[in-house]
Design a binder for this molecule. Structure first.
Ligand SMILES: [Zn+2]
Ligand SMILES: [Zn+2]
Length: 281
């Protein structure tokens, strides 16, 4: 079994209305790309902040600018298209109960929990760049992984998205002076305690860092912590479905991980990890 559960049906750009991207034709493009890459199961995980309902969780200016679509119309479309219904939901500290209410009111197959922001600034968004406000890499990394740990422990999510996203810019931003494993530690403890699945995401291969999320040293600690893995590309275009899966499967093989998570109605089971068929590296 190969899955791609963290799909966006459109780029993270302005002027990408659902009527243009949430269409049968566009889904068909993703399905064809999945078939070519040997990916068996697809699920969509649109950003929560693209829905007006997300303003109940946070009213950050970026969210206010992005919140346009209706969450229930999205869920209905994705289910009707025969894809697994997921959502990529940011962990918003202090909004745990409102997040639970938003998620529990929908029929979802899984929820991908993510951390993009530390405080009011983002680790991966140039418009809200944390590095403009705080150039101390050790401090940014510490705060980022602390948020990841809280995200895991919240119990709100099924999968922990791109767990070391803070590295996205690679050498384009300051790097911490300590060994990265120092920063992973609290997150790994939270992963072990919560039982959350860890996303092995190939998206980092397309970013300046040019690496999988999580880094092999982090992934190894997750395996030791007994965490299961969920496999995804974080595609924003059909041609990114299953992108870099050869590298992901190679890492899982090397770590002795022979199974991946499959989700349905927010229940998880493990299936044998499949082999890549064609479609990119
Ligand atoms: Zn994300
Ligand atoms: Zn995403």
């Amino acid at each position: 079994m190969l899955t791609d559960y963290h799909l966006h049906l459109r780029p993270d750009e302005p002027d990408t209305p659902p009527e243009r991207y949430f269409t049968a034709e566009n889904v068909e493009r993703y399905r064809r790309a999945a078939a070519a890459a040997g990916v068996d199961e697809l699920g969509v995980a649109e950003h929560v902040y693209r829905f007006t309902q997300a303003l109940d969780l946070w009213r950050h200016p970026f969210w206010r600018e992005q919140a346009r679509d209706d969450l229930d119309a999205y869920c209905e479309f994705v289910r009707g298209a025969g894809l697994k219904v997921g959502i990529e939901c940011d962990f918003v500290p202090g909004a745990e109960q409102r997040t639970a209410a938003l998620l529990e009111a929908r029929q979802l197959d899984y929820v991908v929990g993510s951390v993009h922001f530390v405080g009011e600034r983002a680790v991966d968004h140039e418009g809200w760049d944390v590095w403009d406000a705080d150039g101390d890499a050790d401090e940014v990394w510490r705060r980022y992984f602390d948020a990841v740990a809280r995200c895991a422990r919240s119990g709100l999510f099924d999968v922990l998205a791109h767990p070391d996203l803070v590295k996205v810019w690679g050498r384009g931003r300051p790097l911490p002076s300590r060994d990265p494993r120092f920063f992973y530690e609290p997150a790994v403890e939270a992963i072990a305690a919560s039982g959350i699945a860890v996303e092995l995401s190939t998206a980092g291969l397309r970013k300046p860092v040019g690496e999988l999320y999580p880094a092999p040293a982090f992934a190894e600690l997750c395996v030791e912590a007994g965490a299961p893995f969920a496999l995804s590309s974080d595609a924003h275009l059909p041609e990114q479905v299953g992108f870099g899966y050869g590298r992901a499967i190679e890492l899982l093989d090397r770590l002795g991980v022979g199974e991946i998570c499959v989700f349905e109605g927010r229940r998880r089971r493990l299936e044998p990890l499949g082999e890549r068929v064609g479609g990119g590296s």
